[in-house]
Design a protein around this ligand. Structure first.
Ligand SMILES: *[C@@H]1O[C@H](CO)[C@@H](O)[C@H](O)[C@H]1NC(C)=O
Ligand SMILES: *[C@@H]1O[C@H](CO)[C@@H](O)[C@H](O)[C@H]1NC(C)=O
Length: 460
């Protein structure tokens, strides 16, 4: 296992790397594929915060400072996506098909193509199926250290060892492994010897989408719910991408299906995210191609997790209420004694973060994303490459300030204003007022229940 590089270990580690092995990852910028900013939910976290490429533990203190010097942080809730993971079994099968297609049919027109055909080994196997990779553990170890640096009074050794930090995760392996890596990062930072890992598994909170019947019926099992994605798959834009790739490989266009195009894109993204390689596969696509594929993925997220269908957002009501319950509790505890839960770390999925962000009104473009407005949507704010890369995180920090309580929101460690609230860290009561309707309503049971008539009669 590659050790997390804490600063005090750095000299030693750098030394031992030089002596004993060729670095497996060279983080110089030239090894970054030209299309790395378009990978959507398969993007590397470093691409949204490029200063991390040079120093993965660096923190921009001007970004995470209190609203004003008189403020004191009293609670932090972080909702974090799991780290870098392997492709799912389904995508590994697609990658396998693309690999045979290229090996068997492509001409040797370029050096990189010869490299794919003669040197690249198909190393993905189906049992890897979505599991967290070592880089994914590092994503969380390093994030833990950076958050502890940014919020030292909350993410502190004292709070950690006295159970004032709570860890909640989705039951999926990649999430459980991520939350343990996060704790491991803290153990190493504070040199804690008796390592205990404790977390609570809570799928009602972190995988609410599996429990919302209306979402499952109206979106997941609805053949037309994602029709914009299907339309876009057979759009002119997509056809050009297929043509260009078929041309580069010199294979018949009919063999370069939309699935194979997607597999090429995935392969470039996985080789990069997992191994930090600018793989020869990345030459199959240029930036213009990648923008089309990025849009295809954004369309899918928009219609399945974002504003496309109301129930996508509403399915996150439980998580929304849970967040404000914690903030209220911290505010109450602070007023009448001491805060018992200083920090909550919740680990889930892109599918957890996107509905909550949408429910709260973030990244709401005026015009819906559709198959026909790719060009008009060049400047859209709903861009998953920027919002939910691996280890994406929403951080809510409650401060006690002289004017009262204030709430700061950070997405991927950068402060972000709440929609239509014109202050970087508004008064907490302003935020509560702003979300008043949701706080009074947004009832998961009600939103997610199916109308009686459409419920299946199980007695038949
Ligand atoms: C830190 O953030 C500020 C505000 O966005 C920015 O101006 C500055 O360049 C950043 N510093 C580094 C080292 O990235
Ligand atoms: C399925 O999706 C379509 C397209 O978005 C929508 O119009 C329709 O209402 C959905 N069906 C159900 C049962 O919700």
């Amino acid at each position: 296992m590659r050790p997390v590089l804490l600063r005090r270990d750095f000299v030693l580690s750098a030394f031992s790397i030089m002596l004993f092995r060729i670095p497996s990852a060279n983080f110089s910028k030239s090894t970054i594929p030209a299309i790395a900013n378009y990978f959507g939910t398969k993007g590397r976290y470093e691409e949204v915060n490029p200063y991390l490429i040079d120093d993965i533990l660096s923190v921009n203190k001007t970004l995470s400072k209190p609203p004003s010097p008189d403020c004191r942080a009293i609670h932090l809730t972080a909702v974090i996506r799991h780290g870098t993971r392997f492709p799912t079994a389904k995508n590994i099968r697609k990658i396998k098909r693309l690999h045979s297609l290229v090996v068997n049919e492509a001409k040797d027109s370029y050096t990189w193509l010869r490299d794919i055909k003669t040197k690249w080994v198909m190393w993905y196997t189906e049992e890897m199926d979505g599991k967290l990779v070592e880089k994914g553990r590092d994503d969380h170890r390093h994030l833990a250290v950076r958050l502890a640096t940014s919020f030292p009074t909350l993410i502190s050794k004292d709070n950690f060892q006295n159970n004032r930090m709570k860890f909640i995760t989705s039951s999926k392996h990649r999430c459980v492994d991520s939350v343990e890596a996060f704790q491991e990062g803290l153990h190493r930072l504070w040199n804690i010897k008796d390592k205990s890992y404790s977390h609570e598994i809570n799928d009602n909170l972190m995988r609410f989408f599996d429990q919302c019947k209306k979402f499952i019926e109206d979106v997941e099992n609805n053949k037309t719910a994602l029709q914009e994605v299907d339309f876009f798959k057979s759009s002119d834009e997509m056809k050009y991408v297929q043509e260009r790739i078929a041309d580069r490989l010199q294979i018949p266009l009919s063999h370069m299906t939309a699935d194979m195009v997607e597999a090429a894109f995935f392969l470039c993204s996985y080789e990069f995210a997992i191994k930090s390689l600018n793989s020869p596969w990345c030459n199959l696509l240029d930036e213009a191609d990648a923008q089309v594929l990025e849009y295809k993925n954004d369309l899918k997220q928009y219609w399945k997790r974002g504003y496309g269908h109301d129930i996508n957002r509403k399915s996150s009501c439980t998580l929304f209420h849970d967040l404000f319950r914690r903030l209220d509790q911290a505010a109450y505890d602070f007023r009448f004694g001491h805060v018992t839960e200083a920090v909550t770390v919740q680990v889930g999925h892109a599918e957890t973060l996107l509905p909550l962000l949408s429910l709260m009104g973030f990244f709401h473009d005026e015009t819906p994303l559709t198959a026909r407005n790719f060009h008009k949507q060049q400047g859209r704010s709903f861009r998953t490459s920027q919002i939910v890369p691996y280890a994406a995180n929403l951080v809510f920090v409650l401060y006690d300030c002289s004017e009262g309580l204030r709430l700061q929101f950070l997405l991927n460690e950068k402060p972000m204003a709440f929609p239509s609230i014109d202050h970087p860290a508004p008064l907490y009561r302003t935020v509560r007022d702003h979300y008043g309707d949701l706080l009074k309503g947004c009832n998961f049971e009600k939103e997610c229940e199916l109308p009686k008539s459409s419920q299946k009669n199980t007695e038949l």
